[in-house]
Ligand binder design. Structure first.
Ligand code: PRX
Length: 677
């Protein structure tokens, strides 16, 4: 594993760069010649303008989209509160759908959807959904939601598989001014309860099930289990996807095909104030409770539109003609990547967006490459964890397929190790596709630091340079910029359009988490991303990973506290400590240390029980990779668990770091002897 992954989560201050990466991959003249941003000179000029005159820059971009009423002011900034395009009214659903239909693109493809099951010679189910069809379905769904009592300002919870109805549900909420809170289908019932209660959702949209690696994910059962723990939910709208038997509450549950199909297809868009809430997306933080990150309408729309256009170099075809490009992001819409780069940023660019329901290795490990070949995908966006899995599965899978349609490759979610970058470059990109390694977060709404494929020479493992309007820096805790090649905190100095506007119901946590620690010389707060990073001599950013108690497991964010709470909620466990350890495929794996209640037998059956318990409490993706039982956890004299030490032990390090503050040295010896799981 590369040095930047191993450094994830460590104290990064003062560490000299270990990186010796000198390979540089400039874009080809042919690519640059047709790109929106075709040279570094153009990048630098535009970037300088976007920083010196953000209002002029973003105002010009926003005019490329539809507004019912133009804004009075592009930006009002009273740190940490930003308001973008104030006084302006618009609608995300309008900009994704109506704008295209009105421009004569009604019959053009908006979504190419592919289901997971493969039916012998017939192959998988594929649907090409046009903007006009999508608009019609969205209007019907919007009217169905209204008839269930959903009104502007409500938050609708969406817990669905990757089916077209998921995008339709989101666009329908946006249309009528309801915010959505999409929960990843891999989360368990208790995660749904927490989020439904926090968002006060009265309506939940789900499906009977979803296909994943040939099995059914019991989504409706999970919603039922969640509803049993709260009486908030009045209506559940259910898409029939897998058609297995499910329990049904006739008063609460409604089939989508009844409620939506019979609804009117006429539903004008709500005129949304630019700063009206667009959606909430929960993400893990350092405490046990996930935070509902709030994004508003206008700024988020403009940010995701422009980043999509420039980072992937999207070019729409003339209305009514076949698409020049087919874009595919493999993320699940349950995470921010899917929100911004399957739906909201891509559709306003009028390039078809591929949506795939299932796993990358079903029915075999060539599924993604088979899809790239069949759909002639031009832009492909995935995560390092997937790339590492593909490397492990073997070169023969991509080699069986014609991948020559590809022009741009993207990666997101965690640091990419140079080995994986090179494999992606050679094996998937045939050494001719620029790779865009995009750094951003749920909180930033859209991409922040990324190459532009026609301009930026790339280096394997670096997300390169800030996007337009992004003033990023590496600083210490006093806000002083770190010299080149010295680690520090990744921080953002000025507001950007897609930035979070808060944490739902928790102003204090919003300020404390992101804005309280670091200040500029002038006393302005920096946005603290929670990542450690360094810049090299060319000003390129190298992100090392989280520096807080948040782990990045296969690109999925999860807090150590959430995991520890899940473990101690089992009666066998008295105390638990969780740390991240380097993992070949996942980037970071989960190592858990538990002390047990008196009389409980520490055996492998209990280990399995606890793993299943975590899957039930949080979701299967959160199962610990390693679980050790111990008599005591190493603590400082003031009672703090020494995670650093546990990390060393779990990673099998020869030497454990500084132990001078350890309260009881015998704990350390016992831990080292403890049985591995
Ligand atoms: O640690 C960084 C890592 O993912 C975190 C954000 O996670 P999340 O909010 O779930 O959003 C993921 C998708 C945008 C960041 O704090 N991260 C994301 N992209 C990169 C990355 N680390 C290194 N390189 C990246 N390109």
């Amino acid at each position: 594993m590369s040095s930047n992954i191993e450094a994830a989560g460590s104290d990064v201050f003062g560490i000299e760069s270990q990186l010796s990466e000198t390979r540089l991959f400039p874009p080809s003249p042919a690519f640059s010649g047709q790109a929106h941003i075709g040279s570094m000179e153009q990048y630098r000029t535009e970037h300088a303008r976007s920083i010196n005159d953000p209002e002029g820059f973003w105002g010009e971009i926003a005019k490329e989209l539809h507004w019912f009423k133009p804004w009075d002011k592009v930006l009002e900034w009273d740190a940490p509160d930003a308001k973008w395009f104030t006084g302006g009214t618009t609608n995300l659903s309008y900009n994704c759908l109506d704008r295209q239909v009105k421009a004569g693109r009604g019959a053009d493809t908006a979504i190419i959807w592919e289901g997971e099951p493969v039916d012998g010679a017939n192959g998988p189910e594929v649907r090409h959904i046009s903007y006009a069809e999508l608009l019609e379905e969205t209007c019907k769904c919007a009217n169905a939601l209204k008839s269930l009592g959903v009104a502007k300002g409500d938050i609708v919870t969406v817990y669905m598989p990757m089916v077209p109805e998921l995008a339709i549900a989101m666009l329908a909420c946006a249309r009528i001014g309801a915010a959505h809170s999409v929960i990843f289908g891999g989360f368990a019932a208790s995660a749904i309860v927490d989020r439904v209660v926090d968002a006060k959702s009265k309506v939940v949209i789900t499906a009977d099930g979803g296909w994943r690696r040939g099995s059914i994910v019991p989504l409706k059962d999970n919603v039922d289990a969640a509803c049993a723990q709260t009486d908030l939910v009045e209506h559940v709208l259910v898409v029939k996807r897998t058609a297995q038997d499910i329990t049904w509450d006739a008063k609460r549950d409604h089939w989508w095909h009844d409620a939506v199909d019979k609804a009117s297809d006429d539903c004008p868009c709500e005129e949304m104030d630019s700063e009206d809430l667009a959606f909430v997306l929960y993400t893990s933080g350092t405490t046990g409770k996930p935070k509902g990150i709030m994004h508003t309408t206008g700024g988020y729309m403009v940010h995701t539109y422009l980043t999509s256009k420039l980072t992937f170099d999207l070019h729409s075809s003339e209305p009514g003609t076949p698409p020049k490009q087919i874009y595919w992001c493999t993320a699940d819409i349950g995470w921010v990547t899917g929100h911004s780069y399957i739906v909201y940023g891509i559709m306003p660019n009028c390039v078809p967006t591929v949506m795939y329901e299932g796993a990358p290795n079903f029915p075999d490990s060539g599924r993604f490459w088979d899809m790239v070949e069949r759909h002639k995908v031009t832009q492909f966006y995935t995560a390092p964890t997937a790339i590492r899995a593909f490397m492990k599965w073997g070169d023969e899978w991509p080699q069986k397929h014609d991948l020559s349609s590809l022009t741009v490759l993207g990666t997101v979610g965690e640091p990419i190790n140079p080995e994986a970058w090179m494999w992606y470059h050679k094996m998937i990109g045939a050494e001719s596709c620029p790779i865009v390694d995009t750094w951003w977060q749920t909180e930033t709404g859209g991409q922040m630091i990324t190459p532009l494929p026609g301009a930026t020479p790339t280096k394997p493992g670096s997300c390169t340079l800030p996007f337009f309007g992004v003033d990023a820096a590496i600083v210490n805790e006093h806000g002083e910029e770190m010299p080149a090649n010295t680690g520090g905190l990744l921080a953002i100095r000025k507001p950007w359009p897609g930035m979070l506007r808060g944490i739902l119901g928790d102003r204090e946590r919003f300020i404390e988490t992101y804005w309280s620690t670091i200040r500029t010389k002038e006393g302005e707060p920096y946005y603290k991303a929670g990542d450690g990073a360094r810049r090299d001599d060319d000003g390129y950013f190298w992100v090392m990973g989280r520096i807080d108690d948040v782990m990045n497991i296969s690109g999925h964010r999860i807090g150590t506290m959430e995991l520890e709470s899940a473990l101690v909620s089992h009666s066998a466990v008295v105390e638990a400590a969780v740390v991240g350890v380097p993992h070949e495929i996942k980037g970071t794996g989960i190592a858990a240390f538990c002390t047990l209640a008196p009389g409980v037998t520490a055996d492998s059956a209990l280990r399995d029980t606890l793993r299943t318990h975590v899957a039930k409490e949080i979701g299967p993706f959160a199962k610990p990779d390693m679980l050790r039982f111990t008599d005591a956890l190493p603590k400082t004299r003031s009672g703090k668990i020494m995670r650093r030490l546990l990390k060393d032990i779990a990673s099998g390090a020869e030497k454990t770091g500084d132990t001078t503050t350890l309260e009881d040295y015998s704990v350390l010896a016992k831990l080292k002897e403890s049985d591995e799981g």
